[in-house]
Design a protein around this ligand. Structure first.
Ligand SMILES: [Zn+2]
Length: 373
């Protein structure tokens, strides 16, 4: 009897545990098929029959306030860049200087200096031996020298939480704008009339938990900031640090790159611009974030049109420039960008001509006139 029972159980388990035959693709339901795809592989193609308005040349001659030396100061590549700028109606480009891309400052100045009407070059702060007693004097002397060589401003500085880690030749790791030794140097930059272009934080998704509720999950994961590292500021920490510095040095102009990485909350950014008249923003490299909410973005741009600069920060290709023109100038909707960072479609801003002129060149012209050597 006992043997029989064991046999019966084994027979039952055997049936229950027998390998299930995989369903063929034809047998799967659409929900089953969709459930097997991974978000990272999602590559949708827009099916809408809506206008597609390609813009070859910007409507007005543009001043790009945020680019980099993508050419390692190579004369041939720079000449090709000038040609692309001509084709796309980019009149002038500001070349940021930093650790992660491009030639050292002196080489950049020499190479781009051949086109004084087309390029301006910015410099870094020199953090060498910041703990030494004479650092503030050395840092100021460095700025004097860079300015004399033709540097327009200081940047791109950065603080995503770990300090100015883009600086060259020495990274300013854990050096935030609230560092005691920075105060006289920030003040001196204003005295010299050298604006500071600074990348503060990252888009908010990079600080949110990487889980199923993260609104910008895949791009958030690509650029996630680990604020658990000792000494790292979190999103609110870097923003507070920046705003305090802008308020403490009202004669030093700051350009907060990428809409201060605050395009998820225009109200908060507007308040900062209201409180800090020396703060400007550039629109560079934040189409993915700002074109998710085109009407809110347009309202912000219209309201703060005098404080916003055009910028790219995204290579030198004609297609790159043209995509920015399409987003700013047209009313196109449901656009997917080829390098699909966020999993949403973009819609363009359809900015009025008066605002376009300000963003494309009028604000920059005024600014350059005020701060150029
Ligand atoms: Zn940049």
């Amino acid at each position: 009897m006992k043997k029989l029972l064991i046999f019966a159980i084994c027979a039952f388990v055997g049936v229950a545990c027998a390998p299930r035959t995989e369903k063929s693709a034809d047998e799967k339901t659409p929900r089953e098929i969709a459930g097997e795809y991974l978000l990272k592989d999602y590559d949708p193609v827009s099916i809408f029959n809506v206008p597609v308005t390609l813009v070859d040349r910007a409507k007005y001659g543009v001043i790009d306030m945020h680019s980099h030396d993508y050419n390692d100061a190579d004369p041939e590549k720079i000449a090709a860049w000038v040609k692309t700028m001509d084709e796309c109606n980019i009149r002038h480009t500001h070349v940021m200087h930093c650790e992660w891309i491009g030639a050292p400052f002196e080489e950049s100045i020499a190479a781009y200096g051949k086109y004084p009407d087309r390029f301006s070059v910015w410099c870094s702060l020199d953090y060498t031996d910041i703990e030494a007693e004479d650092w503030e004097e050395r840092a100021k002397a460095h700025l004097d020298r860079c300015k004399a060589l033709g540097a327009f401003g200081i940047g791109e500085m950065v603080d995503k939480g770990l300090g100015d880690v883009y600086a060259r030749p020495v990274k300013g790791t854990h050096i935030h704008l609230d560092h005691p030794k920075m105060q006289s140097v920030l003040e001196y930059a204003g005295k010299l009339g050298m604006p500071i272009s600074i990348h503060v934080g990252e888009p908010i998704w990079m600080y949110e938990p990487i889980d199923l509720h993260n609104d910008g999950l895949m791009n958030g994961a690509n650029w996630a900031v680990d604020t658990t590292v000792e000494g790292c500021y979190d999103y609110d920490g870097v923003m507070e640090c920046f705003v305090n510095a802008a308020k403490a040095h009202p004669n030093t102009p700051f350009i907060a790159c990428h809409y201060l990485n605050m395009s998820h909350d225009w109200e908060r950014l507007g308040k900062i611009l209201d409180e800090c008249p020396n703060v400007y923003v550039d629109i560079s490299a934040r189409i993915g974030e700002s074109a998710a909410t085109p009407r809110a973005t347009r309202r912000f741009i219209e309201k703060y049109a005098d404080r916003i600069f055009y910028g790219t920060d995204n290579g030198t290709s004609a297609d790159m420039y043209r995509f920015t023109f399409r987003i700013l100038e047209t009313a196109d909707e449901h656009i997917y960008q080829p390098d699909f960072g966020y999993h949403w479609a973009y819609s363009a801003f359809d900015l009025p001509d008066k605002v376009l002129r300000k963003i494309y060149y009028e604000n920059a012209e005024k600014f350059i006139k005020k701060y150029k050597n």
